[in-house]
Design a protein around this ligand. Structure first.
Ligand SMILES: *Cc1c(COP(=O)(O)O)cnc(C)c1O
Length: 367
């Protein structure tokens, strides 16, 4: 992690204390009140829970420090992504999004946005650099893509999309703002599922939209208030607590992923391993330039579905579950969700286990 990310994280840990009165609670309170005392409605910070709640605002402040931009919190990653897309699109406008990214975003585009008159175009992550963006209102990219771990050059794409008059949104879920800062690279909007590493314990769904474009973020905020897609106070509190350890968790997860990727790639039963941190990975050049760490996701193939299932079943330190970024290592065959990957393709999310016992268990299960 570079010094900028570390500095932002140190600020995150201390920003609350700076505004506290003596005897005030150090941790944010869980304020679940739906309504607030409003003898008058002018000039109040809180009026009604659908417009704003202190506990999700505490998380928006944390994320705002990491993104160096205002953030709007949502009850899930998809809540954030749908808000960001709706804020930038209308009938007759074109959306370009990855054909190899998170599959639910693609279904949202084809099953919901397209019937409302949005033109939807899919492009593979590795082809974005050479795509013609003429006529695109919103370009959504995901880098590294989930699950294939291809990367694309955010600064280059942002420059080309801006020249064509569109805006660029980056799904930064696989990286978090500590490992990649798309807004600093020229993107207009960041969307992310904080369900993953930021919350980090598989016990809550959450998401956010970040942008330095105030008019755009106003539309996102307005969508949240009008649609009613608001996070709950307890969920926000869990996420706030999770984010306070994000940096140390990521350090362990990325370091272990680097070790495991090297060893897995050298294993005779493992094929087509992808990890952007490996010097020979097709993503490495761009990853090294635009990411502040190589992440904790590894993709690889075993011979076939049966071999992959046997491996997952036989490894006691891999939880068979979808999602990623939690305390424990988890893995699954992505084809079961319809991703365009080989039958034996496994996405591994490296957790907090000390790496040697983790490797020993993986190596034995491969054996
Ligand atoms: C998980 C995920 C999402 C959706 O997040 P939810 O909190 O499950 O709604 C979006 N994008 C990516 C890349 C993801 O991995």
């Amino acid at each position: 992690m570079d010094y900028d990310a570390q500095q932002r994280f140190a600020n995150l840990l201390h920003h609350r204390a700076q505004g506290l009165a003596p005897s005030a609670a150090i941790a944010p309170e869980i304020v679940s009140s739906a309504t607030y005392f409003t003898p008058d409605i002018e000039g109040l910070t809180h009026v009604y829970g659908r417009s704003g709640m202190p506990t999700w605002e505490a998380v928006e402040e944390q994320l705002g420090i990491l993104e160096a931009a205002p953030c709007v919190a949502f009850p899930s990653g998809m809540g954030a992504i749908s808000a960001a897309l709706i804020a930038g699109l209308q009938a007759g406008k074109r959306l370009i999004l990855p054909s190899d990214g998170y599959y639910v975003s693609r279904i949202l585009a084809s099953d919901i946005l397209q019937p409302y008159g949005v033109e939807v175009v899919e492009v593979a992550t590795k082809d974005f650099a050479t795509t013609d963006f003429t006529g695109a209102a919103v370009v959504l990219i995901e880098t590294p893509s989930n699950p294939g771990l291809d990367v694309c050059d955010i600064a280059l794409i942002a420059g080309r999309v801006h020249a064509a008059g569109g805006i660029v949104a980056v799904d930064n879920t696989t990286m978090t703002p500590l490992l990649q800062r798309p807004l600093d690279l020229g993107a207009d909007v960041v969307v992310a599922a904080d369900t993953k590493a930021p919350a980090g314990h598989s016990d809550v769904l959450f998401g956010h939209v970040a942008s330095r474009n105030a008019a755009y973020l106003d539309r996102v905020r307005s969508w949240r208030r009008l649609s009613g897609a608001v996070p709950g106070a307890f969920e926000a509190w869990l996420v706030h607590r999770g984010i306070e350890t994000l940096e140390v968790r990521l350090e362990r997860m990325c370091a272990s992923a680097g070790v495991l990727a090297e060893r897995l790639a050298a294993h005779p039963r493992v094929k087509n391993l992808r990890y952007p941190g490996l010097a020979r990975d097709p993503s490495h050049e761009i990853a090294r330039r635009q990411m502040a760490g190589f992440g904790f996701l590894i993709g690889f193939e075993l011979a076939d579905a049966a071999a992959a299932e046997a491996f997952l079943t036989n490894c006691p330190y891999i939880v068979q579950a979808t999602s990623f970024g939690s305390t424990h290592t988890s893995g699954e065959r992505r084809i079961r969700w319809g991703d365009k990957v080989a039958d034996g393709f496994i996405r591994l999310s490296v957790g907090l286990e000390p790496v040697e016992p983790l490797w020993a268990a993986i190596n034995k299960a491969l054996g």
